[in-house]
Design a binder for this molecule. Structure first.
Ligand SMILES: Cc1cc2nc3c(=O)[nH]c(=O)nc-3n(C[C@H](O)[C@H](O)[C@H](O)COP(=O)(O)OP(=O)(O)OC[C@H]3O[C@@H](n4cnc5c(N)ncnc54)[C@H](O)[C@@H]3O)c2cc1C
Length: 497
């Protein structure tokens, strides 16, 4: 095991994609076995030392940034075994394996792992801890939907292995038996989850939940994930994809609504259309301007664009192409200036286009020496249009540089404000507060996919209030009595006192 004790030896481990500054740790541990992790935790637990888990640090909310105590990196947990079965396959993956490596290994076996949080340099453990989702979640759901089994080291060094379908909550409680035979019983928070398609605000809860789901999205606060078993699907035969430009926003929105309802009908088997999008992504006019720096061929003066993707087979490919074409024509899309792909190479270009935008935004923010002010809120279906208008009105009145893009199929857009100065940063944060208030008022969530981390804990407080944060803290204490793990993530450490 590597141990580093001087902060200046590991500066890269003290930052993530949030640009949150001031991180520091007493020691960085890079263990190779679960036993080593257990030893570190057992010592930290005895002494009450805070422990932060570090994945690949692509998180955007500062969850992996330590503010004192020990830092544990999972990078040496690199097991990667893929196998096929009747329903697709399974992958047994060490927490430190990068998503890009999982995707390559899975693809090589003719299998498919749908979660695609845009940034493939994240670790599988990090994606489980944040319940990462992304464009394809529109059809396939988030990471949670593919996790079959977890190996976890708990705060006191004990071990836990949970398999889906084995333990369920009863009367608002979950009960586990650890590897050492200890019984753990925890009360779930009693909040009602918001009526949205995606949510990563706070611990997973509900009437009768599978206990494994509690750890997924728990942001390094309940235990350290060391190994994950993932369920895999057969690889789709092909994909049809397009980046389609619109002159009028209203046409774009109507296209989204129709494509969405046709997709739902197809999935329920109630529709006669074949349209069933895996991805429905949005770019506003500013996003297109912004991205033209990297993709100069992007058409000018457009109101926005949609990126769609759908699985195809040799038999239905032509039919589907025609159906999408007709649908786009009906909604006045600029078909001649749009881009379509049916081969792997062109599809990759489309995904690069989608990925290039958040990366370019992050680069500009770093260049401006500012922190990211990016929303991650989702709202119920019937509130989306009004929420988008609210974003646009407030952002245009503010005069601040901004782009809006993201997962329109799930009513989940990222409004990213790009402050150029300290003064603008203050203005941007005020505006962010207005967006939070509006999303909550509309019955939405403050975080749909990036998690709460340290940057958004005050917004979780606004969303759930004192009572539910106390319930979350009680739940945490059932697993981590001294509150050492992921301290400061999701809620302030004062709730643990
Ligand atoms: C350009 C860009 C685009 C992005 N787009 C998306 C998107 O579309 N959808 C989306 O969901 N996310 C997106 N993200 C966010 C990010 O990629 C995810 O949050 C990712 O899942 C985090 O993985 P990581 O390994 O980098 O974790 P880190 O950032 O290192 O950690 C994230 C959190 O997980 C905890 N953690 C990490 N590993 C473990 C472990 N083994 N056990 C317990 N806790 C652990 C950490 O303590 C921290 O709280 C994007 C990020 C970038 C930079």
């Amino acid at each position: 095991m590597h141990v580093k004790t001087k902060t200046d030896e590991f500066p890269d481990y003290l930052v993530d994609a949030s640009n949150l500054s001031g991180g520091y740790a007493e020691k960085l541990f890079i263990p190779q076995t679960k036993k080593e992790i257990a030893e570190i935790l057992s010592e930290a637990n005895k002494k009450g030392i805070a422990v932060t888990v570090s994945g690949a640090r692509t998180g955007t909310v500062g969850g992996a940034i330590p503010f004192g105590g020990y830092l544990i990196s999972l990078e040496k947990f690199t097991k990667l075994e893929v196998s096929k079965d009747d329903s697709g396959g399974k992958a047994a993956v060490g927490a430190g394996v990068l998503l890009t490596d999982v995707q390559k290994a899975v693809d090589a076996e003719g299998l498919f792992y749908p979660p695609d949080p845009t940034e493939w340099s994240c670790q599988i453990g990090g994606t489980v801890a944040t319940n990462a989702s992304g464009a394809r979640s529109f059809k396939y759901g988030a990471t949670r939907d593919f996790v079959e089994r977890l190996q976890i080291v708990l705060a006191d060094g004990d071990h836990l292995e949970i398999k889906r379908g084995e333990i369920f909550s009863e009367r608002g409680h979950v009960e586990f038996e650890t590897a050492s035979g200890k019984k753990l019983r925890a009360k779930l928070p009693s909040y009602e989850p918001p009526d949205v398609r995606k949510n990563t605000s706070g611990y997973f809860s509900g009437e009768r939940i599978d206990a494994i789901d509690l750890f997924i999205g728990s942001e390094g606060t309940l235990g350290i994930v060391t190994e994950v078993e993932l369920n895999l699907l057969p690889k789709p035969k092909g994909f049809l994809s397009g980046i389609v430009f619109f002159e009028k926003e209203e046409d774009l929105l109507e296209l989204v609504y129709e494509a969405r309802s046709l997709s739902f009908e197809s999935r329920l088997g109630t529709g006669t259309e074949l349209i069933d999008a895996t991805v429905l992504e949005y770019f506003d006019s500013n996003a297109l301007e912004f991205i033209r720096e990297k993709f100069p061929e992007t058409p000018k003066d457009m109101a926005g664009a949609i990126f769609f993707e759908q699985e195809t087979t040799e038999e239905n490919e032509d039919d589907l192409f025609e159906k999408w074409n007709a649908l786009l024509e009906n909604h006045n899309a600029g078909i001649e200036i749009s881009w379509f792909a049916i081969n792997e190479q062109d599809l990759e270009k489309m995904r690069d286009f989608r990925h290039a935008l958040p990366v370019a935004v992050n680069e500009r923010i770093v260049k401006n020496k500012q922190k990211k002010v990016g929303t991650d809120m989702a709202v119920p279906d019937d509130k989306f249009r009004s929420f988008l208008s609210f974003y646009k009105k407030k952002l245009s009145e503010s005069g601040l540089d901004h782009v809006i893009f993201g997962h329109i199929g799930d009513n989940h857009l990222h409004a990213n404000i790009i402050p150029g100065s300290q003064e603008e940063a203050i203005k941007a944060r005020h505006l962010y507060g207005r967006f939070v208030a509006q999303a909550i008022m509309l019955g939405g969530t403050v975080s749909a996919e990036h998690g709460i981390g340290k940057l958004k804990s005050k917004y979780l407080y606004v969303m759930y209030g004192e009572r539910y944060l106390n319930e979350m803290a009680e739940l945490k204490k059932a697993f981590d009595r001294k509150g050492i793990l992921g301290r400061g993530n999701m809620f302030d450490a004062k709730f643990l006192l």
